[in-house]
Write a protein that binds this ligand. Structure first.
Ligand SMILES: Nc1nc2c(ncn2[C@@H]2O[C@H](COP(=O)(O)OP(=O)(O)OP(=O)(O)O)[C@@H](O)[C@H]2O)c(=O)[nH]1
Length: 367
């Protein structure tokens, strides 16, 4: 659970980083466009008055900063497409077409940066949406041209302007098609990453689980014990263990077959797991031996847990299904002592188990 939360947090963090990069690129494109317009204005090619031009600059940059702010705060993460690439590229389109209207001599050059916007959007938008945007841009260019022609018909050459429109439309569609390809590659890569992450998670699970029962395996139990041992040494958090062994298990295999032995092991695992407290650890050490690790427990508490498990297990019977009637268990209980190693603790619990076995089995003993 905690692992999932951590992963989700990391995903959100990397998504935030990507969004910041995305919005910085958008700002850079608009900054270049602004610079170009300012240069054309200086040389008298941008046909607006100074105050009108400043107002346009103000509107463009305020809206861009608002977009930047939404992205930087992570507010857009609630959307399925948090970079807002579609509104961004449409915003570029409107701005570039409006400036194109005012620059007759270099019209195509001021709308060229729209291709950079398309390329940026292609990291997020599907091929179909990209083609749609490119067609819309082509229509917007034609409308802008129609308005400019209406206003300044005598000065403009229809054939040159129409040719430039054609070039713009063709390049837009080409960018959209290439962008669609980039997008598909990105999706395939994301898919592969997802599969890889799942495979890593499966390998991790396989490394800590026992094949037959699905419980934690010996290696993981020893890791947990070392961790509990360190917590005890550092923070004084005590813990206890129950070393559990099914009685006369060899006879089950011998009389009822190995499959029945496996079935009993699985049934016992499920029963023990079902009765466990959150925060406790239960696993199979090997064969018919199991280990219960009880954080923040002393030996009396652990003894109660062991006895409860023994009682519940005694009520299980496989006789009606053709298996053994009742299988008892023996438990060795030990609480970790200061300066005791994990090996020493396990040995002590094993001694308790030995005493339970030699005392007639079907009982728990504290060591
Ligand atoms: N079915 C099955 N049997 C297993 C598995 N692992 C170990 N065993 C068997 O468990 C039996 C353990 O026998 P012993 O160690 O003599 O212990 P026991 O018969 O339970 O006797 P006590 O522990 O003294 O009560 C052996 O026959 C092993 O072959 C397993 O995964 N599946």
């Amino acid at each position: 659970m905690n692992q999932d939360l951590r992963q989700a947090e990391m995903l959100t963090l990397s998504e935030k980083r990507l969004l910041k990069r995305h919005s910085r690129s958008a700002m850079a494109i608009m900054a270049m466009h602004t610079l170009l317009c300012v240069v054309y204005f200086q040389f008298g090619y941008f046909a607006v008055e100074l105050d009108q031009g400043l107002l346009m600059l103000f509107v463009v940059w305020v809206s861009l900063f608002a977009y930047q702010l939404l992205l930087a705060t992570g507010w857009t993460l609630r959307f399925s497409e948090p970079s807002l690439s579609l509104p961004m590229v449409l915003h570029f389109m409107v701005v570039f077409m409006v400036s194109g209207y005012y620059v007759d001599e270099f019209r195509l050059s001021v709308v060229t940066l729209f291709f950079a916007g398309l390329l940026l959007a292609s990291f997020r938008l599907s091929g179909k949406v990209m083609i749609g945007v490119a067609m819309l841009a082509s229509v917007a260019y034609a409308m802008m041209l129609w308005l400019a022609m209406n206003d300044r018909w005598v000065e403009l050459s229809f054939s040159v302007e129409a040719l430039q429109w054609l070039v713009f439309s063709m390049i837009s569609v080409s960018f959209a098609i290439t962008g669609g390809g980039i997008n598909r590659l990105r999706d395939a890569l994301a898919d592969k990453n997802h599969q890889l992450a799942r495979a890593v998670e499966q390998v991790r699970e396989m490394a800590i689980r026992d094949d037959l029962t699905g419980l934690f395996n010996r290696r993981h139990l020893l890791e947990v014990l070392e961790r509990q041992r360190a917590l005890f040494a550092r923070k004084g958090l005590s813990f206890a263990i129950c070393y559990v062994d099914l009685d006369h298990f060899k006879q089950i295999n011998d009389r009822h077959g190995h499959d029945w032995g496996d079935r009993v092991l699985r049934r016992f695992s499920a029963l023990a797991l079902a009765g466990m407290r959150d925060g406790d650890y239960f696993g199979r050490l090997g064969g018919e031996e199991f280990l219960l690790i009880l954080p923040q427990s002393n030996e009396q508490g652990a003894l109660r847990v062991a006895e409860r498990l023994r009682e519940r297990w005694r009520e299980e019977s496989f006789g009606q299904e053709g298996g053994p009637n009742a299988v008892s268990l023996s438990v060795g209980v030990a609480a970790c002592q200061e300066d005791e190693t994990v090996d020493e603790l396990l040995n002590r619990a094993d001694q308790g188990l030995y005493r339970a076995k030699s005392g007639g089995r079907n009982q728990s003993r504290v060591a």
